[in-house]
Design a protein around this ligand. Structure first.
Ligand code: NCD
Ligand code: ZN
Length: 387
């Protein structure tokens, strides 16, 4: 099969054909003619930080609803986080969650293993058991504060025993000031070793990570909103406007853009539950920003496709290139529209991006198969691959 159109290929948009066999790209070339696709054929997004809940929190999101939301947003692979209820802290619960995923995920799915004080001595063994059946992308997001938290000493111990990417939610538990809490935790973690830092919200911490072996992730909400404007809770908290502006100016230093999709019901939100849904809006909002010239298309692809695949070791995913899965999100640059919560598919039912402009994908392809067209899903749940 050949898909022909305007393709984001090797850093530029070129008119060419993509030849696909068994879901994998086997050739790309100007002389290849095939099925014509209108719009810009972009590589599908990879969101390495989502909370799809399930279990006792199925009322706020499930792998089914969360992955459907992802698909509508042009995201074909997600990394789910282990702070579920009950949490993913041993192989038994890991396998249970993967069984749910196999039946219900629309997009490709992978799951981080949780690290807590209680399992650090067995973490090696747990990982080994899981790896016999599944690919474990990372240990994370490891909390230093609140529920499921570990001490720096435990983090150090884990770092010594496992040779795995460990993703850290870096907020020092003993620091009141929100900027200092992040900077201090990052500083301390960097002295322990190499980590992947989730949702970095200050330029200072981003810069420290940039000059180290470690990698970083930023979210749309920390880039777009300050605490003066949005007074809702999220971890790490939104910062003052000058801290936010500095983060935007240093965006180029971030390795990954991820949503930290953290859905709650409206009632819970009013009661102060931390987090915002965002897996469906992240790629559409940033593609719109590309159109407006706020960010470069290459930076978006690097941070939302290439680096996520590279850092988490998803070899078959990434850019549109020979050897990779034919996973595409097709955007029509003329179809911009305001984001409305009622159009979205998360169970949360609300968004902090209401009214912001976005370009949603008109078509999505997974392994060469058209899975979404003009707002309609063409596959059943369970289509996604569990990694
Ligand atoms: C996360 C969630 O809801 O799971 N919320 C968030 O604000 N990022 C967990 C957390 O980080 O506290
Ligand atoms: Zn999170």
């Amino acid at each position: 099969m050949i898909i022909y159109g305007n393709v984001f290929y090797k850093g530029r948009i070129v008119e060419c054909g993509i030849e696909i066999e068994n879901g994998v790209i086997v050739d790309v070339g100007k002389d290849k003619r095939g099925k014509n696709v209108d719009g810009i054929i972009m590589p599908a997004g990879i969101d390495v930080h989502v909370h799809f809940r399930d279990f006792k929190e199925s009322y706020k999101e499930t792998i089914e609803s969360g992955s459907l939301s992802a698909l509508y947003g042009g995201v074909c692979l997600v990394v789910d986080q282990p702070n579920t209820n009950p949490p993913i802290v041993d192989e038994e619960i890991y396998f249970r969650r993967m069984e749910i995923a196999e039946k219900s995920t629309y997009v490709d799915y992978s799951l981080n293993l949780g690290l807590v004080e209680d399992n650090v001595d067995k973490i090696d063994e747990i990982l080994r058991k899981i790896e016999e059946k599944h690919y474990v992308p990372a240990i994370g997001e490891v909390f230093l504060k609140d529920r499921m938290s570990v001490s720096y000493e435990t983090l150090e111990k884990a770092k010594k025993t496992v040779n795995k990417l460990i993703t850290v939610h870096a907020e020092d538990p003993n620091e009141e000031d929100d900027v200092k809490a992040e900077v201090k935790a990052v500083e301390r973690c960097l002295s322990i070793g190499k980590f992947h830092f989730c949702h970095i919200s200050t330029a200072k911490a981003l810069d420290m990570i940039y000059h180290s072996e470690s990698t970083s992730e930023v979210t749309p909400h920390h880039l777009l909103y300050s605490k003066e404007v949005v007074k809702l809770r999220v971890n790490p908290p939104l910062k003052s406007n000058d801290v936010r502006v500095a983060l935007v100016r240093n965006f180029h230093k971030a390795d990954i853009l991820a949503s930290d999709h953290a859905p709650h019901t409206l009632e819970e939100k009013w009661e102060g539950a931390p987090g915002f849904p965002g897996v469906e809006t992240i790629y559409p909002m940033f593609f719109y920003m590309v159109k407006r010239g706020y960010i470069r298309i290459n930076d978006l692809v690097e941070k939302f496709v290439v680096n996520p695949a590279k850092i988490f070791g998803f070899d078959r995913y990434g850019e549109i290139e020979v050897g990779k899965y034919a996973n595409f999100a097709v955007f029509d640059p003329h179809s911009e529209k305001p984001i409305k919560a009622r159009d979205l598919h998360s169970k949360a039912g609300w968004t902090i991006y209401e009214g912001l402009m976005a370009i949603f994908p008109k078509e999505v392809y997974m392994r060469g198969e058209k899975v979404l067209e003009d707002g309609e899903i063409l596959i059943d749940k369970g289509f996604g691959k569990v990694l």
